[in-house]
Design a protein around this ligand. Structure first.
Ligand code: 9D3
Length: 247
């Protein structure tokens, strides 16, 4: 997969390519990551990439022309039909289904905004999709672009081991994870749940599923509301809630 990021802070975004899963994907040649800086496409002495908003108000707006030129350069390096994704607070909220859809594409262009936003005409003319990470305020689109790149790249074939990809499938069933424990068996009076030491794999799997369901219900009721629970799942959840003093 080829990814280009249009950003005023290329070094910031490049950090995602230096570590962990994305770093490995680059090393293995599964991912090619490139950057285009609008500042490199200015022609005035000050290398101006922002200007005051028409209509007044606080802050600055990212100018059309340098960003458009950077986008054009990004396009020229990528296969046809590589969509332009703009990270902005006005976007639809990014999710795992979108990560999966992106992972099937040959190329992606991310446009990371700074200042109060980007001249809307650039979005009208060039952007295929606007995405947000959710309802909180970032200082720009770069960290959001890095999050999306991370979520997409780990889905590419050959990036994760087989072990992890199976685990990923089970995340996809839409619940939060069950809790995890490792040695030692007791830490300052806190014991590992007995069932995990039992060696009874059926009991363990059932307990873990119950934990996933119960924690999801308590912390993310929106996830459980979307599900159509079977009688057995309802019973598991009910027992969990009784054990955890939850109404
Ligand atoms: C405080 C500034 N806000 C005034 C109403 C508007 C605003 C402009 C630019 C808020 C944030 C930003 C920069 N944010 C992003 O570029 C961004 C973002 C985010 O802030 N939250 C969640 N997802 C994303 S994706 C890109």
């Amino acid at each position: 997969m080829h990814v280009q990021v249009v950003t005023l802070f290329p070094e910031m975004v490049n950090a995602v390519a230096e570590y962990g899963v994305v770093g490995r994907a680059v090393e293995r040649g599964i991912l090619a990551l490139g950057y285009q800086d609008p500042r490199d496409y200015t022609s005035d002495v000050h290398r101006t990439v922002d200007d005051r908003p028409y209509g007044g108000g606080p802050g600055m707006v990212m100018k059309y022309e340098p960003a458009a030129a950077a986008l054009r350069a990004a396009r020229s390096q990528l296969p046809e039909r590589s969509p332009v994704i703009c990270l902005s607070p006005q976007g639809r909220v990014f999710d795992q289904a979108t990560a999966r859809r992106f992972s099937e594409l040959p190329g992606l262009i991310f446009l990371a905004g700074r200042y109060e936003g980007i001249d809307e005409r650039l979005i009208d003319a060039e952007v295929d999709e606007e995405l947000s990470l959710g309802d909180f305020v970032l200082s720009g689109g770069e960290i959001a672009a890095m999050a999306v790149i991370d979520a997409v790249v780990r889905l590419l074939p050959g990036v994760l081991g087989d072990e992890n990809s199976a685990q990923q499938d089970s995340f996809t069933d839409g619940l939060l994870d069950h809790p995890h424990y490792t040695r030692p068996e007791e830490i300052e009076g806190r014991a590992v749940p007995e069932v995990l030491l039992s060696g009874n794999h059926e009991r363990i799997a059932k307990w873990r599923y119950q934990q996933a369901l119960g924690r999801s219900y308590q912390r993310r009721p929106d996830l459980v509301a979307k599900m159509d629970l079977t009688a057995e799942q309802k019973k598991l959840l009910d027992d969990f809630l009784k054990e955890h003093d939850f109404d």
